[in-house]
Design a protein around this ligand. Sequence first.
Ligand code: ADP
Ligand code: MG
Length: 272
Amino acid sequence: SEAGTRGLQPRVLVLANQKGGVGKTTTAINLGTALAAIGEKVLIIDLDPQGNASTGLGIDRKSRQISTYHVLSGEASLAESITETVVPGLSVAPSTLDLLGVELEIANERNRVHRLQSAIRGLSASEVSEPFTYILIDCPPSLNLLTINALTAADAVLVPLQCEFFALEGLSQLLKTVEQVRSALNPQLTIHGVVLTMFDPRNNLSGQVVADVRQFMGSKVYETMIPRNVRVSEAPSHGKPVLLYDLKCAGSQAYLRLASEVIQRERALRAA
Ligand code: ADP
Ligand code: MG
């Protein structure tokens, strides 16, 4: 049936916030791992030239011969860039610093904002042994052409917000950009949710920020908050998601809860 066929399309979620250091990459890696751990087949597309998602998943430079740079510049297909990770069920399309140059290279191409969308559509038609159920796109800390490509390709946006004083600053600019992409390029685009990161219950300010964000964004904010947790920050230097590094720590447990919340929202969206 048509619904059945559509059900096989991966859900494409983009991790976006033009602020750096708010937990986009950490959330891509660990939400991806948690989704894979509960049986989803997940692809992380690393769209940040820094390549932190690739490094944090243990992909060394030698294993990045075909990267998202080649995908966006049209030299390779997304399938050709896909690399397996240490996590069963989780693959990555890695990035390298070459990606910094792609924006200028394709600046005058008519289809420049649709490069990633075409690559993802091409993937579902090509022979991937087991189709992906989720694609997570890790964005750079900027609302540049890379992020616009991600928003154009996505079903929904997941916004990591750090629990700090300036958390809401910049959020309205991000929401405006999402609205512009929705009206001009991708009518299906929605906000999946806002995830509060690096929450510290001993810090009164953290609690105030949570209250403000919940007031501003209402039910869009996930119930799960990711605590500030040293194990989360140590894991990338071991080339592992925190769930493989220390499954029992508070950070791992929070990412598992976030994954089940994401899946619950997906079910609600599909039923609607
Ligand atoms: P972004 O991708 O938005 O720039 P990162 O995910 O790279 O942000 O996170 C920024 C820094 O904060 C990294 O050093 C990361 O290890 C650390 N970090 C992220 N989440 C947590 C957390 N829950 N607890 C402790 N450190 C964290
Ligand atoms: Mg990052």
